[in-house]
Design a protein around this ligand. Structure first.
Ligand SMILES: Cc1cc2nc3c(=O)[nH]c(=O)nc-3n(C[C@H](O)[C@H](O)[C@H](O)COP(=O)(O)OP(=O)(O)OC[C@H]3O[C@@H](n4cnc5c(N)ncnc54)[C@H](O)[C@@H]3O)c2cc1C
Length: 363
């Protein structure tokens, strides 16, 4: 009998698997793809946010802050790159400067170092900023990672600690029995005491395999333009506008691989079928970016990609044991700041929910 089965090897499932293998030997992870971190975790901005943005009293705020504090050490432990390159939030007018006031107040309460610069001082630090901007908020703790590599490393380390990883194995049914679950995949049937659903865009469908669904997912598409590593870097830091209710807006992001990203946009969609990225969307993103930053080397565009944010109505992460199916846990609606939060979610959920549940079921 397996102790705990983790479904999904995105950044959430992979880090949960790794944390569990530190405490329990008999943990298995199932991933329908060939490798870890290829879905939502492979199609995003890959930023470890400072923790200023999430609104107070949310799981997003709690785990972003905890994650930011532990990331550097965690990345070392996983032998995956982590670069603290910092970010500038750019205000273009007086209205946006008022929003910076809110962020500064929040940063103070959360003990996050930030600094405000007028346009003159900001231009000394990032000479390609558009000179029509009004002010910037410097967030030096913001960092970048490679979430696909991080996910793969977490699975690899978990396996080296005794866990088992099953790739190209798709969970298709789950039966609740008196003292255990039967998890059915395209390869066979496995019995386990506890199940953790980290299914990303499919988490609602996976929860529905055991009982009444307690939430449903909605999807928000985000498209990107990728500039080659040969493109001259326009900014050392991540540059982003003052956030809106739709998210952080269109950013300029230097990546771990040396490439740069411009994006994402944010469009609510009915499903997550990838469709070609229209020139119109690209034009719109470039227009938005050009209000913040000059001299972006768009002639070095080498690719475009799209990511889908799995969202729930409450606008927060869903992290719970199913109310009617004990020992079945779901981690869903993990949109941004899911990358920044992953190590903290994994550690906290393992120690406060999963390991106690396993102990209770064993006794
Ligand atoms: C456009 C965009 C930008 C973002 N930018 C940032 C950012 O800068 N910083 C940040 O912190 N966060 C960001 N995020 C959010 C972040 O990407 C997500 O929170 C995170 O990747 C979610 O990880 P996950 O493990 O929950 O999901 P996923 O990575 O999708 O993992 C779920 C896994 O489950 C597997 N799976 C599903 N069903 C089954 C099944 N039945 N059997 C077996 N396997 C299954 C899937 O194949 C997949 O690999 C962004 C997201 C988007 C879309």
């Amino acid at each position: 009998m397996i102790d705990i089965i983790v479904i999904g090897a995105g950044i959430i499932g992979s880090t949960v698997f790794y944390e569990l293998t530190k405490q329990v030997k008999n943990v298995h992870i199932f991933e329908k793809n060939k490798q870890a971190g290829l879905e939502v975790s492979g199609h995003n901005s890959a930023i470890v946010h400072s923790g200023v943005d999430p609104v107070p009293n949310t799981l997003k705020a709690k785990y972003n802050l905890m994650g930011q504090a532990m990331y550097e050490e965690y990345a070392k432990e996983l032998e995956t790159p982590f670069k603290r390159i910092g970010a500038f939030v750019v205000a273009k007018n007086d209205e946006e400067c008022k929003h910076l006031d809110i962020l500064v107040e929040r940063a103070k309460l959360r003990n996050i170092p930030v600094k405000r610069y007028d346009v003159h001082d900001a231009l000394m630090l990032e000479p390609n900023l558009n000179s029509n901007i009004k002010e910037v908020l410097d967030m030096p703790t913001t960092a970048i990672v490679d979430p696909t590599h991080l996910s793969a490393q977490a699975v690899k380390k978990g396996v080296s600690l005794g866990g088992q990883a099953h790739f190209e194995e798709h969970v298709i049914a789950i039966h609740e029995r008196l003292s255990h679950f039967e998890v059915i995949t395209n390869f066979g049937m496995y019995q386990c005491k506890v199940v953790v659903n980290c299914g990303g865009l499919y988490a609602d469908k996976i929860e529905a395999l055991v009982g009444e669904p307690t939430f449903s997912l909605e999807y928000r598409k985000g498209e990107y333009i990728v500039l080659s590593e040969k493109a001259p870097q326009t900014s050392k830091r991540i540059i982003y506008p003052v956030p809106s209710p739709l998210g952080k807006g269109v950013l300029y992001v230097p990546t771990i691989s040396g490439r740069s990203l411009v994006g994402p946009n944010a469009v609510d969609v009915d499903d997550f079928t990838p469709r070609p990225i229209l020139d119109e969307s690209v034009h719109d993103m470039k227009n938005k970016m050009n209000q913040l930053l000059d001299n972006i080397a768009y002639e070095y565009e080498i690719d475009r990609f799209v990511g889908f944010r799995p969202r729930v109505e409450t606008d927060d992460f869903v992290i719970h044991e199913h109310p009617h199916v004990p020992y079945f846990f779901t981690l869903a609606g993990i949109e941004s700041p899911g990358i920044a939060s992953a190590p903290a979610i994994a550690k906290d959920v393992s120690t406060t929910m999963l390991l106690p549940a396993l102990k209770a079921r064993r006794s």
